[in-house]
Write a protein that binds this ligand. Structure first.
Ligand code: HEC
Length: 115
């Protein structure tokens, strides 16, 4: 009998650990809308929250543009829309044309609140 309880206990522990990434994700204030926009723009293909992929991580973008004013936010939105290189390295960001200005604004503002 004890063995079964033990097995159940370990399953529970494994379940707890398996659910941590979801908990971390919700800590990032990832609303469904943002999640959908990140998918729509294929942002995850080149960006990660913490790791450098083809482009910089959302967290490093956020710390580079801490206290960004409206003009800087507009410049970042244009960078996403039209693409470009030079702020992080020689690899260019591709133009992302499938998002509206409002959607770009939501995404850039979401990136800038990552810490
Ligand atoms: C094909 C790869 C790729 C995709 C897809 C991509 N990015 Fe990027 N992104 C990059 C690279 C590379 C850079 C660094 C550009 C530089 O050095 O100036 C970058 C930089 C950025 C920056 C910082 C710009 C700056 O001037 O500092 C933001 C903000 C950003 N990306 C947001 C997004 C968002 C939002 C999406 C999805 C809509 C997205 N990216 C999709 C590759 C990509």
């Amino acid at each position: 009998m004890n063995r079964y309880i033990n097995a159940f206990f370990w399953c529970f522990i494994v379940y707890l650990f398996a659910s941590i990434p979801t908990a971390v994700k919700s800590e990032m204030l990832m609303s469904e809308k943002i999640e959908e926009l990140l998918r729509k723009g294929s942002c995850w293909g080149c960006h990660d929250t913490d790791e450098i992929r083809v482009g910089p991580s959302y967290r490093s973008i956020s710390s580079k543009y801490k206290n960004a004013n409206n003009q800087q936010i507009r410049i970042l939105m244009e960078k996403v829309r039209y693409g470009g290189a030079g702020n992080w390295g020689v690899v260019p960001m591709v133009p992302i044309s499938q998002l509206s200005s409002e959607e770009l604004n939501d995404l850039v503002e979401w990136i800038l609140v990552q810490q």
